[in-house]
Design a binder for this molecule. Sequence first.
Ligand code: SF4
Length: 90
Amino acid sequence: MAEYLGLTEEETSARYWRVKDGCVQMKIVDGHCVFYKDGCSVHQGRPWRCAQWPLHPSILIDPVNLETIQESCPGIDRNISYQEFCRIFE
Ligand code: SF4
């Protein structure tokens, strides 16, 4: 991200990140990620976690998370069982 923005890691951190419990998160502006402007404005430099979408690890914790992601991502088979999805994902 820092390279994409043309900033140092320290500058990027100071401007755009917040660190909570040892995890780096994007700062929130108007209720959403600071980089969200009609889509991700740093798509080529987005964080690793964002690049994982829609294969988010939270799916493995709660079947409701899979249902939620299935509703928004046309790339996930809506007919696959939770158990089968987790088996493939793991
Ligand atoms: S993909 Fe990640 S960095 Fe980009 S707007 Fe969404 S939360 Fe922010």
